[in-house]
Design a protein around this ligand. Structure first.
Ligand code: CAA
Ligand code: NAD
Length: 302
């Protein structure tokens, strides 16, 4: 374990230039917050259309932030938006932009092989000091990092949806993450205005290890016919004070992401009923009903 053996002679990397790979709901949200807090951000995705949509989404969400934060000062609000947008550039070629990055943070599809291929390739192109991090919901950071030769400069930075609103970041150290890397990731989270918790590289870290079994139990309850979606959602909102009911939240997170997580966990723990699959979830994903992002999941959104 490298953590805990830090030498004061080794300086932490101060993260200023950030490459974020994946411009979906999480990557765009992280880019927005990083740009709003003075970091220069390059957002990478597979094609220009996705990137255009991501930047448009960032602009829309910045307007929401400004409406509240600068309610009495519309000019200062407009300046805040323009400054943040100037901090964001886009690219479809990660390899050509990582040269100038202090941090490469990945928020692409929840698939180990695809994440490994991405980081394995970038490891050869990024400068030695660059820290790599994944926003994975459920995959072991150790397994993703194994495709690189920078195990000491690799960690997890797990954000929550919607990123501009949710205050938490889970910072994950593997057994090989150096104390300097871990401290740099903690400092970066703080600069973004987030509160961080330290996590071990265990399945689901803290939040998802508790949240996913809850969501799956809810789906199974509905499959058994023990309650309607609407009643279960109302019950958990009004009975527990949760801002969203579990079906609303599942649609918000993305049913594909939930399925990817559960596929991995049930394969690794076939005898544990907590990780059992749900026929209904499998069917919805097969039909392309992935939740809010596709206009339909457990509920319809158009
Ligand atoms: N960008 C910027 N601001 C946003 C926003 C966004 N994408 N979405 C909402 N907001 C802001 C709104 O402008 C509003 O701001 P003010 O209060 O300052 O006016 C505030 O957030 C509340 O939004 P709304 O009034 O539109 O709606 P709401 O009160 O219903 O709240 C919500 C929306 C914040 C999403 C709330 O329903 C909520 O907290 N839901 C639970 C979300 C949650 O549990 N997320 C974690 C998911 S698990 C995960 O992310 C981990 C994983 O790996 C799967
Ligand atoms: P999303 O489907 O909204 O976005 C993923 C984006 O990655 C897409 O735009 C896709 O085009 C892009 N992409 C896929 N492969 C790529 C590649 N090789 N190179 C560049 N771009 C690529 O997904 P999301 O909800 O933003 O989730 C992204 C990651 O964040 C996943 O690992 C997920 O588990 C994790 N996460 C999700 C949530 C959530 O609530 N949705 C919360 C925390 C963490």
């Amino acid at each position: 374990i490298c953590r805990g053996f830090s030498s004061s002679a080794v300086r932490n990397v101060v993260i200023k230039h950030v490459t974020i790979i994946g411009g979906g709901q999480m990557g765009a949200g992280i880019a927005q917050v990083a740009a709003s807090t003075g970091h220069s951000v390059t957002l990478v995705d597979t094609n220009e259309d996705i990137l255009k949509k991501a930047v448009k989404g960032i602009e829309g969400n910045l307007k929401r932030v400004v409406k509240k934060k600068f309610a009495d000062k519309p000019e200062a609000g407009e300046e805040f938006i323009q400054k943040a947008l100037q901090n964001v550039s886009t690219s479809t070629d990660a390899g050509s932009v990582v040269q100038g990055s202090d941090l490469v943070l990945e928020a692409i599809v929840e698939n180990l092989k695809i994440k490994q291929d991405l980081f394995g390739g970038l490891d050869k192109l990024a400068p030695a000091h660059t820290i790599f991090a994944s926003n994975t919901s459920s995959l072991p950071i150790t397994d993703i990092a194994s495709s690189t030769n920078r195990l000491d400069r690799f960690g997890g930075l797990h954000f929550f949806n919607p990123v501009p609103v949710m205050k938490l970041v889970e910072v994950i150290a593997t057994s090989a993450t150096s104390q300097e890397t871990f401290d740099s990731l903690l400092n970066f989270s703080k600069k973004l205005g987030k509160t961080s918790v330290s996590c071990k590289d265990t399945p689901g870290f803290i939040v998802n290890r508790l949240l996913l079994p809850y969501i799956m139990e809810v789906i199974r309850m509905y499959e058994r016919g023990d309650g309607s979606k609407e009643d279960i959602d109302i019950a958990m909102k009004l009975g527990c004070g949760y801002p969203m009911g579990p079906f609303e939240l599942a649609d918000y997170v993305g049913l594909d992401t939930i399925k990817f997580i559960m596929d991995g966990w049930s394969a690794a723990n076939p005898d544990n009923p907590v990780f059992a699959q749900s026929e209904l979830l499998t069917k919805l994903v097969a039909e392309g009903k992935l939740g809010k992002k596709t206009g339909e999941g457990f509920y319809k959104y158009k």
